[in-house]
Design a binder for this molecule. Structure first.
Ligand code: GLN
Length: 490
């Protein structure tokens, strides 16, 4: 059935208005999104599971009770990456290891989404355990980029971003350990926010790098990201790393005057090599900002040079400990082969984990081993501190840091699967934010001549998401609006 495009093209804020005015029901809106999902899935495969029956039942129950303006996401369809535990739905984290895992409890984010009245429509695809930048490492299938089906959607939250861009839902949640919200948002032409570490509960999210993981929204625009963040932000007693810093009121966002905006552009990120189309769009974005009166100042953050090395030691170290639980006994896939305990562990993990997860476990276990700990883990932790301090120092003199998200646009499948180090290097723009712990917003800067979207990010002071979103509104108003994605074949 063809989907109702008048409903699927609405932003979250517009859809909320329509729901509260009873212009349409939650069931109608949810059904339109599910139909659109059915229509676009054969092309992009953004979802690991579409929760059709449950979503329609949830929407019908909301409709029966009537619109509730006190619930900020009442009746609105939202997808979640398959690392968020949802009751009654398998949560695989993109891994064979968790293929048959049925959670008995729900992620804090999901609970809050439900309390706000949202309807969860799908669990979206990702690189296995959120390790990757292209969604090609999903154990199930890759996701394709709606702007060009021969290209990756970015990752690891590639399903979330592709789904937003294909209008499968107006809102999505992903996680960002080293760029996994911002980079796929940029490559798919949508908007994504990585909140400050600790702003959003990690309870019930399959862990990758616990000191870096942070959940956040993807949507069609900045305001919708604000709506989604507001619904889930704040302390959670079930997550000891969730912050007690009071949440800000995000209900009334207004862009600042461009003339008052002081942006720092780290030369370590801007002076690298860019693909020409990306360079053009980023150059135009800078000119638009300058033309509007914002001050753009090149700064130096020398420690950023080491962010890829530091991140891949720290993230792999944390991953190796987080993934140790999947041994076929305590958690995860268990091999049917009979043998001693060691071969049970070995065979379960060999069958359950893909090549990238295995690589990270080996790397991380090595970095943590006695004799190498000081040389790798400790050094990386020291570099992390330097990056954090440079970040804070830069934001003492400037309102925000402005940076590219990716030096290349969405790339063809298979470009880097044989060359993981080059793929790691591509993360250089996004990793520093996670090491510093601050919030960052990625939004479309424009479309390259190749028909692929290019993103830009602004990074702000810890726990100042409101100011960040407001600055995002200004940037969004200056940059060209993207057309609908083309679903081009090549
Ligand atoms: N690409 C980075 C990695 O592979 C970041 C992934 C993420 O943010 N989850 O680790």
């Amino acid at each position: 059935m063809a989907s109702d495009t008048t409903l699927t093209s609405l932003t979250l804020a517009e859809a909320r208005e329509g729901l509260l005015k009873r212009a349409f029901s939650s069931a109608e809106l949810v059904r339109a999104c599910l139909d659109r999902t059915d229509e676009t899935e054969p092309k992009i495969r953004a979802c690991l599971r579409v929760l059709r029956d449950q979503a329609l039942a949830d929407a019908a129950a909301l409709d029966a009770a009537g619109p509730d303006p006190s619930r900020s996401l009442w009746g609105l369809p939202v997808t979640v990456k398959d690392v968020f535990l949802v009751r009654g739905a398998p949560s695989t984290a993109g891994s064979r290891m968790l293929e048959s895992y049925m959670p008995g409890f729900e992620a804090g984010v999901v609970t809050r989404l439900r309390e706000a009245g949202a309807v969860i429509t799908a669990k979206t695809n990702l690189d296995e355990f959120a390790m990757g930048s292209s969604t090609e490492f999903s154990a199930y299938h890759p996701t394709r980029n709606p702007w060009n089906l021969s290209r990756v959607p970015g990752g690891s939250s590639g399903g979330a971003a592709a789904g937003i861009s294909a209008r499968q839902a107006p809102g999505a949640f992903g996680t960002d350990t080293g760029g996994s919200i911002r980079q796929p948002a940029a490559l798919c032409g949508c908007t994504g926010l990585k909140p400050t570490y600790g702003r959003v509960s990690r309870y019930g999210i399959v862990a990758y790098g616990s000191s870096l993981d942070q959940a956040g929204p993807l949507a069609r625009n900045v305001r919708d990201c604000g709506m989604l963040l507001a619904a889930v932000a704040g302390p959670d007693g079930s997550d000891s790393t969730s912050s007690r810093v009071p949440t800000e009121d995000l209900s009334a966002l207004a862009p600042p005057a461009a003339r008052s905006l002081r942006l720092a552009l780290p030369r370590e990120l801007w002076e690298g090599r860019f693909e020409p189309e990306v360079e053009k769009v980023l150059g135009a974005a800078r000119s638009l900002l300058e033309g509007a009166g914002a001050s753009l100042e090149t700064v130096s953050m020398p420690s950023l040079r080491y962010s890829v090395a530091a991140y891949y030691v720290l993230a792999a170290a944390e991953a190796s400990t987080n993934l140790a639980r999947y041994d076929g006994v305590r958690y995860g896939y268990r091999t049917p082969a009979k043998g001693d305990l060691l071969s049970l562990y070995r065979e379960s993990r060999t069958a359950g984990l893909g090549p990238e997860a295995r690589r990270r476990i080996l790397l991380g276990t090595f970095a943590l081993s006695s004799g190498y700990y000081d040389a790798y883990y400790k050094k990386a932790a020291q570099v992390r501190r330097l990056i954090h301090d440079e970040y804070v120092e830069t934001l003492r003199k400037h309102d925000f840091i402005l940076a590219p998200v990716s030096s290349i646009p969405a790339w063809p499948f298979g470009s880097f699967t044989e060359d993981p180090l080059t793929q790691y290097q591509l993360d250089v723009m996004t990793l520093p934010l996670n090491l510093a712990g601050g919030p960052g917003l990625s939004l479309p800067a424009g479309l390259g001549g190749d028909g692929l979207p290019v993103g830009i990010q602004i990074l702000g002071p810890h726990f100042r998401e409101k100011a960040l979103l407001e600055a995002g509104l200004l940037l969004e108003s200056l940059f060209p609006r993207l057309p609908e994605p083309s679903f081009a074949e090549s």
